[in-house]
Design a protein around this ligand. Structure first.
Ligand SMILES: Nc1ncnc2c1ncn2[C@@H]1O[C@H](COP(=O)(O)OP(=O)(O)O)[C@@H](O)[C@H]1O
Ligand SMILES: [Mg+2]
Length: 481
């Protein structure tokens, strides 16, 4: 691109050169004509003036004319350069200022003063820049407010295109994706299914399971927005668990209160029966075999009723937990001998596989013992001879998951929901209180339980518990917030 100075200077010089040529030619031609008319004049011969003399004089005149013309050209050229420069300089400054504004720099100073149109242009430019600055500041303010809102809300937000490209992922969504790969996988699948029209509903809540069998509850909603879609989701696991706990506690209060009152009423007369029986036993010191068998039978049944009452009270009014750090392997190794008569009878191999990363939990020791005994007794009861029961741990983000996996008969799908209901049992000698007690104790210790089972293949019971004091307190606060 030619500069503005050149654009003014070049045509000007061209005009000057042409004018000079014209002046030179006219002067030369004029001198020639003057000389010719003098020589041909009738008085010329009489005057005696030499033609060379006249020609020299004319030549002299021509030289002066040309000299004056050259001086005039130089002066004019200088003026033109000055003029074009003073015209071009502010325009160049304005162009540089425009460049700065386009880069986002609005603090421009234009240090020239003019009263002509270029001056007006400068004023207009400065006004425009100020308005632009104000406007952009407002846009930035609104954008930053929007970002704060989008990042500050209590649910994950994603904006995605029709081709599935994610345009925006807010802070909570990124946090969930980084910390819970199952949520990322679920959302990716949801977007894919939604775009291919395979999602039954654009808003729903659902439960997702990871490979450990641990579950999360997600609530989501997808809405179209111009050419894109906005997906909002929320991890409602804590809320859902709290809801389930509340349902459970309600159930517990109605069934439990009544049963606990009843259990108390039964325990005293039962103690009376036992004492009377001991008196009678002393009287029948030489009793025959049948009487002894019957007496033992009555003692056995009294013991059974006592156990049911203890279970009932454990379920309805579990003692206040005194949590402490429990070495899982050590505790289980202490519990196993108590059940040895049951699993040895069936030649069941008990295998413990405690991950060194997750060998401690924070729970009341006697509650833990009760939970493990109840769960292991169920597994042993359900197992066939010569099978294996595996006790292992894994770590979730916030909890330790202790799993008991047996190769027993499994739980039919329709029974899975019922096994936690008090008195539900499929065992001939069962009370149906084992799992109810486990759940009750877990609630007290801020843990939870879930079951994976397949009829004929086996059952895995998973219990999740806080692994340190900080998590124990956090779960306690979440539960009672
Ligand atoms: N590991 C298991 N394998 C198969 N079924 C089980 C298992 N654990 C529990 N169950 C089922 O759950 C029911 C309830 O268990 P529980 O509450 O401990 O009561 P109980 O053992 O007295 O029957 C059992 O009767 C059984 O049907
Ligand atoms: Mg049981």
């Amino acid at each position: 691109m030619k500069s503005i100075e050149l654009k003014i200077l070049v045509p000007f010089l061209a005009i000057i050169i042409v004018s000079l040529s014209v002046v030179g030619s006219v002067s030369y031609y004029g001198s020639y004509k003057i000389l010719e008319s003098l020589i041909n004049h009738p008085l010329y011969a009489a005057s005696g003036i030499n033609a060379d003399y006249i020609s020299n004089q004319l030549l002299e005149l021509q030289k002066y004319t040309i000299l004056v013309a050259i001086i005039a050209i130089i002066a004019a050229a200088q003026l033109t350069i000055f003029f074009s420069y003073s015209l071009a300089k502010p325009i160049k400054k304005l162009a540089a200022a425009c460049d700065e504004v386009s880069k986002g720099n609005f603090d421009i100073t234009l240090d020239y003063k003019r009263k002509d149109e270029i001056g007006t242009l400068k004023e207009a430019f400065i006004r425009m820049t100020e308005r632009l600055k104000e406007y952009i500041a407002k846009v930035l303010e609104v954008t930053s407010l929007n970002n704060k809102i989008v990042d500050g809300v209590n649910y994950g937000i994603l904006v995605f295109t029709r081709s599935g490209k994610k345009l925006l992922v807010n802070r909570l969504a990124s946090y969930e994706f980084n910390n819970f790969p199952i949520i990322r996988e679920f959302i990716d699948n949801l977007i894919r299914d939604f775009l291919s029209g395979n999602t039954p509903s654009s808003s729903s809540s659902t439960m997702i399971n990871d490979k450990n069998g641990s579950s999360k509850f997600i609530e989501y909603d997808i809405q179209p927005s111009e050419d894109n879609y906005i997906l909002c989701f929320s991890d409602i696991t804590e809320k859902e668990r709290f809801k389930q706990k509340m349902e459970y506690i309600n159930r517990l209060t109605s069934i439990g209160e009544m049963s606990a009152a009843l259990a108390h009423e039964i325990r005293n007369p039962l103690q009376g029966i036992k004492s009377c029986l001991q008196v009678l036993e002393n009287k029948f010191i030489n009793a025959d075999d049948t009487s002894t068998t019957l007496l033992n039978l009555i003692y056995g049944e009294i013991e059974r009723i006592n156990n049911i009452i203890s279970d009932l009270l454990n379920y309805a009014r579990p003692s206040e937990p005194k949590p402490e750090y429990i070495d899982i392997r050590r505790e289980i190794e202490d519990i196993l001998p108590l059940l040895a008569h049951l699993y040895n009878k069936k030649h069941i191999t008990m295998k413990i596989d405690i991950n060194p990363d997750c060998n401690y939990i924070f729970i009341d020791k006697s509650h833990f013992k009760q939970i493990i005994i109840n769960l292991l007794s169920n597994s042993i009861n359900a197992s066939d001879e010569n099978t294996e029961i595996l006790i292992y741990t894994t770590k979730n983000n916030d909890e330790i998951i202790l799993s008991i996996k047996d190769q027993g008969k499994g739980i039919p799908e329709e029974d899975l929901e019922k096994v936690f209901i008090p008195f539900f049992t499929t065992e001939e000698k069962g009370t149906g209180l084992g799992l109810s007690v486990v759940q009750s104790l877990l609630v007290k210790n801020h843990g939870h339980i879930w079951i994976k089972s397949k009829s004929g293949i086996g059952t895995t019971i998973n219990i999740a518990l806080p692994f340190d004091f900080a998590h124990y307190v956090r779960f306690r606060n979440n539960n009672f917030a």
